[in-house]
Structures are given as structure tokens and as C-alpha cells.
Design a protein around this ligand. Structure first.
Ligand code: PGA
Length: 259
């Protein structure tokens, strides 16, 4: 952990899974398993169609809501898109931006992602900006260069004050959905690099206030170890967040460790 006085941030990205009925069932099971207080900040990111119903279902629980994407315009002739403003209205406090699946499958560029970051900040939604290298890039020793480019471009014209509510998720593309979690050395190296770069782009107090998450095959079994790594302030969980036993264990890991 680095971000001062912040609870670890644990985010469940449901991706394109769970229709409205299944979303409510999953969140109800989760609510019953976690109780009323948590020693982590817990966020779930269901598909757009479930956001509003889940925002009602999680009232008076410690759970918070994220969307998985947004458009950068406020409203208008953008068929099929959803603005950050609408997400706020539906109850979202967070939005995942620049996930590698969106970059690879939907042509999202760093420039588009940067516009989305600004849209989220304008609506007081905390961006969770995802960055990470492919396996080819890692093999050719381009990991840190890729992280630097994605970070610099993703943060274009983002002010120091905007970073007080900001998260960056380091997600190596090769670790997502593969069971091939990055090792502690790889995670520590990437996170230290990101923190240091933020310090250079802004200053060191600002850099320490940004929450850095790791994502890529995080499960209940490896989450506690990952969360102990220097500069890891949370995790972004895909597959395992659809399993309430797995996800609730992660949300309660500090109680179990007796922290
Ligand atoms: P995974 O996904 O936990 O299933 O690897 C992580 C993510 O895509 O954010």
C-alpha cells in the first residue's frame, strides 16, 4: 500500500456477463455474505443494463458501483453510446476506462481514452484507467515503454487536483483471463515505475494519492499476497468477481488476516 489512509480498492469487472435478473441475484448473494462493514473499498462493475437496478440494490451496503466504459460527449447523436453524465445519474462513482479488451477489440486509442478520462472527471466519477503490455511487448522488453506511453497519453491535460480521485490499473494483457498471474517481481516493478512516473509528471504527494491496482487472474487465493506488494493499493478482478464465494473472500481478506 502506498496511498495514505486509503482502504484497498477491490473492483469486480463483470464484463459482458449477468443479465438484470442474474445481476440482482449475484449482488444479493454477495450482500448477504459480506455484512455491513468492510475494511476495503468494494466496487462492482456490471453491464450497463444492470447499473440502475444494482444502484438501488446496494443502497445501505458498503458496495459501490462502476461502469465498464463511457463516451466522452455529454449527449447527442452518438447511437449506442452512454455518457459519463448518464452513468453518474444511474448511480456510478467509478468508471473503468481503456480496458485492454476495449483497446484490442473496439479500437480504443489512448486519445479516445484520454477524452473519456476528462468526461468522467467532469462528472465527478473516479476513472480507473487501465494500462498494460501484451506478451509480445513483454518478450521484447518494451513493458515499461508501453506503460509510459499509455500513461502519458491517458493523462494528457489532467491536472494535479484531478488526481486526488483517480485509480490506475496495471493489467498485463497476457495475464487477463488466462490464470497466468504476473509474479510479485513483475507487479512490483510495474507499480514502482508507474508511481515514479506520476511523481515526475506531477509531484510525489500527488503520485502517492493515486490508487494503483493490479489486474490479471486475481483470485481469492492470491489476492492477499498481491495486496501486500509495495505500491499495490488494490486489485481489479474479472472472472473471480462473478463467483460470490471468491469475491466475498477478497473483500474480507483483512478481517481474516486480523489487520
Ligand atoms: P481476470 O480479468 O481477473 O479474469 O483475469 C481481469 C480484467 O479483465 O480486469
Amino acid at each position: 500500500m502506498d496511498s495514505q489512509n486509503q482502504k484497498p480498492l477491490i473492483v469486480g469487472n463483470w464484463k459482458m456477463n449477468q443479465n438484470v435478473t442474474d445481476s440482482i441475484k449475484l449482488v444479493t448473494t454477495l450482500k448477504n455474505m459480506i455484512g455491513e462493514n468492510l475494511e476495503v473499498e468494494a466496487v462492482i462493475a456490471p453491464p450497463y443494463t444492470s447499473l440502475y437496478s444494482i444502484s438501488i440494490a446496494i443502497q445501505e451496503t458498503p458496495l459501490k458501483l462502476a461502469a465498464q466504459n463511457c463516451h466522452w460527449e455529454e449527449s447527442g447523436a452518438y447511437t449506442g453510446e452512454v455518457s459519463a453524465d448518464f452513468l453518474k445519474d444511474a448511480g456510478c462513482d467509478y468508471v473503468i476506462l481503456g480496458h485492454s479488451e476495449r483497446r484490442a477489440q473496439f479500437g480504443e486509442t489512448d486519445e479516445m481514452i484520454n477524452k473519456k478520462v476528462h468526461a468522467a472527471l467532469n462528472c465527478e466519477i473516479t476513472p480507473i484507467l487501465c494500462i498494460g503490455e501484451t506478451s509480445k511487448e513483454r518478450k521484447s522488453e518494451k513493458t515499461l515503454a508501453v506503460l509510459e506511453t499509455q500513461l502519458r497519453r491517458g493523462l494528457m491535460e489532467v491536472n494535479m487536483s484531478d488526481l486526488t480521485n483517480f485509480a490506475i490499473a496495471y493489467e498485463p494483457v497476457w495475464a487477463i483471463g488466462t490464470g497466468d498471474t504476473a509474479n510479485p517481481y513483475q507487479i512490483a516493478e510495474a507499480h514502482a515505475y508507474i508511481r515514479n512516473l506520476l511523481g515526475k509528471l506531477y509531484d510525489s504527494p500527488t503520485a502517492s494519492g493515486v490508487r494503483l491496482l493490479y489486474g490479471g487472474s486475481v483470485r481469492a487465493e492470491n489476492a492477499p499476497e498481491i495486496l501486500q506488494i509495495n505500491h499495490v493499493d488494490g486489485v481489479l478482478v474479472g472472472g473471480a468477481s462473478l463467483n460470490p464465494e471468491q469475491f466475498s473472500k477478497m473483500l474480507q481478506y483483512r478481517e481474516v488476516l486480523g489487520n
